[in-house]
Design a protein around this ligand. Structure first.
Ligand code: TMP
Length: 236
């Protein structure tokens, strides 16, 4: 596989073309942003943790029948993935109240829901990723009704697989954000990443935060939290 020109640079990753038009290489950076890029920083080693954890989880999901963009891990920071057209929706599943949910509804963090919730945001930094329901998405041509139904079913399946898996590591899966992509033949696959950048992880015993909230909220020990999640997934 030959790495070719850079196609795109995002806040946390770069994407490169390859000699196969259907495959791209993602390269994970240590750069961290929050609040639409207003807050900027570096989390040393984050790119390695996110790359390896995301690949591990995507393979676990594949085994459980969820199609993903994952093809092959190339190095600590680089992975070969299927080239997809990203559906411009951030799909958020919540098991426990936290973050913008707690703020929007004026409730404390830590309420365990009887059933998981799902919400969509329109992926658009200039508009600050506004909340969007399925009707809005269909009206604006962001996705078809069938695609929304597929995405919803896949997102809840991802939740049940991940929730159970992380509990075996002594970690509560509080909430997370997914992105989906479309392959050239129109198949919807899970894309982007699954990592401490995109999930809230709380220690099952102490509720200690083991994710990017340590950066967002200036809680300190940011690198330690990423390293601890790496240790739980892959062992010491
Ligand atoms: P929220 O409570 O701020 O809406 O975040 C919900 C989940 O989505 C949380 O696990 C963090 C993740 N997330 C992202 O991955 N990217 C984002 O831009 C935002 C705002 C949240």
């Amino acid at each position: 596989m030959e790495k070719r020109e850079q196609l795109y640079e995002g806040k946390a990753k770069k994407v490169y073309a390859t000699d196969d038009e259907n495959l791209v290489i993602v390269s994970y950076k240590d750069d961290a942003t929050a609040f639409d890029g207003l807050k900027k920083g570096t989390i040393a080693g984050k790119g390695v943790v996110n790359n390896k954890m995301s690949n591990y989880i995507m393979q676990l999901l594949e085994k459980n029948g969820v199609p993903t963009h994952f093809v092959q891990e190339l190095s600590d920071r680089e992975t070969l993935v299927k080239k997809v057209k990203i559906v411009p929706l951030e799909v958020i599943i919540r098991n426990i109240s936290a973050g913008s949910f707690a703020k929007r509804f004026g409730v404390e963090e830590g309420i365990v829901f009887a059933e998981p919730t799902i919400e969509f945001s329109y992926k658009n930094d200039d508009l600050h990723d506004p909340l969007m329901n399925a009707y809005h998405a269909i009206a604006l041509g962001v996705a078809t009704r069938e695609e929304i139904e597929t995405i919803k079913a896949m997102a809840f399946k991802v939740n049940s697989v991940m929730k159970e898996y992380f509990l075996t590591l002594g970690v509560k899966l509080v909430d997370f954000k997914l992105e989906f992509g479309k392959t050239p033949d129109g198949t919807i696959v899970l894309a982007d990443e699954i990592s401490p950048d995109t999930c809230r992880f709380w220690d099952a015993e102490t509720n200690e935060k083991l994710d990017k909230d340590r950066f967002r909220r200036d809680l300190g020990n940011v690198e330690d939290a990423y390293a601890e999640m790496m240790r739980r997934v892959f062992g010491a």
